[in-house]
Design a protein around this ligand. Structure first.
Ligand code: GDP
Ligand code: GDP
Ligand code: MG
Length: 358
């Protein structure tokens, strides 16, 4: 009897601790800024209310941080241990290596160290300086920039399994929540289950889907979808594409064709392609840079969506993409559920990367 009682108490205690940990690891979207800005870089808070992107507006957002790191293992504490009041060359080199290990990329790492070194004196807080330079390098976050007065088109590209279809489902739900009429197009006619999967996301988000049979020409789907979305007066069309290895030239050519055909249909209907989002798995590490480079060359990428930031990913790749390719991270995937998409926030991202030793 006693054993049962003690067992129950232990299970309950574990459940409470578990719930608290989950809450900490997955900050919620309640305070997240809206996904869309208008062309002037202002956030669109639904059809009427619009707010400026203020320096302070995004500071409080407790989102987009890579998963929590403990004070003793976080990059921040590592930096504190490394840099005393007068760091040697070896110690500066150690900082660079620590940044590279966090997926920041060699170029961004060396750039960050140079900037921090220049500003450093014996009174400096090294972690604070690194944090400021990370935020500076990432620049202000704009979210998506979509016009409000015509059909906006978003093309989503990336390698297989990066999270394209999932991101599209989440994005559709967000946009719909902001009062927009949204349509999805399945230009991934290659994978058998792709249409079905996107159909499930369309249902969940409560939006329409344009699809054709498996094996159909992806360009043809894109053409139909743009024409149909324009005829229905939709606000946003999001086009899913087949996941492709960035090293396969015919597939990259197919991607160019989808874009070309969508552009042609857009020109005929007074629409435009406003965003081409590259979906990158945050766990990809430096290979993500090679992917990003190839897709940027083939598809004119306007922004990156960094997915699976709820996992063990360090997310330093965000800095590498920004520094190497000049492409901003716009959105962040924080899980597999429909609400798990957030606007990228450089400040909370820097806090997450540096860990709680900030
Ligand atoms: P696609 O091939 O690029 O379209 O990728 P999918 O959207 O089919 O996603 C591949 C897998 O990644 C699925 O199991 C998704 O549930 C998962 N996934 C996508 N985004 C996230 C995310 O932000 N966090 C986590 N944990 N899983 C994700
Ligand atoms: P392809 O290179 O000969 O396949 O032709 P395109 O690259 O121009 O277009 C690819 C697909 O998009 C075509 O097979 C059509 O289904 C569709 N498409 C392109 N242009 C048009 C058009 O003007 N009207 C219609 N209805 N469909 C078009
Ligand atoms: Mg997919």
């Amino acid at each position: 009897m006693e054993i049962v009682l003690i067992g129950t108490v232990v299970v309950l205690a574990l459940a409470v601790i578990g719930a608290l940990v989950v809450r900490r690891r997955r900050p919620r979207t309640g305070t997240t800024p809206p996904i869309v800005s208008d062309r002037d870089g202002r956030r669109a808070d639904g059809p009427e209310a619009r707010t400026e992107v203020g320096g302070s507006a995004t500071v409080a957002t407790p989102s987009t941080s890579p998963s929590a790191t403990s004070p003793s293992t976080g990059l921040g504490s590592k930096i504190r241990r490394l840099l005393g009041s007068a760091p040697t060359e070896d110690e500066w080199h150690g900082l660079e290596q620590a940044l590279v290990r966090a997926d920041v990329g060699p170029r961004a790492a060396s750039d960050l160290v140079a900037r921090v070194k220049e500003r450093f004196d014996s009174e400096s807080d090294p972690v604070g300086l690194v944090r400021e330079e990370i935020v500076g390098l990432l620049g202000e976050s704009t979210g998506l920039i979509l016009p409000g007065d015509r059909l906006a088109i978003v093309i989503v590209v990336g390698v297989n399994g990066a999270g394209k279809s999932t991101t599209i489902g989440k994005l559709a739900a967000k946009l719909r929540g902001e009062g927009k009429q949204v349509m999805l197009a399945n230009s991934d006619t290659f994978r058998a289950a792709a249409g079905e999967q996107l159909g499930i996301w369309a249902d969940r988000a409560g939006v329409a889907l344009v699809a054709q049979e498996r094996g159909a020409d992806p360009g043809s789907v894109a053409f139909d979808a743009v024409t149909s979305a324009a005829a229905k007066g939709s606000d946003v069309l999001i086009i899913d594409t087949a996941g492709r290895l960035h090293t396969k030239i015919p597939l990259m050519d197919e991607l160019k064709k989808v874009r070309r055909v969508a552009e042609k249909a857009a020109a005929q209907t007074g629409a435009g392609i406003d965003e081409t989002l590259l979906v990158l798995d945050a766990q990809t590490g430096q290979n993500g840079i090679a992917q990003a480079r190839a897709f940027t060359e083939a598809a004119d990428v306007t922004g990156v969506v960094l997915t699976k930031m709820d996992g063990s990913a360090r997310g330093g790749i965000a800095l590498a993409v920004r520094e190497e390719l000049g492409v901003p991270v716009k959105l962040v995937g924080m899980g597999e559920s429909i609400g798990d998409l957030e606007t990228f926030d450089p400040r909370s991202f820097a806090d997450g990367l540096l860990g709680s030793g900030v």
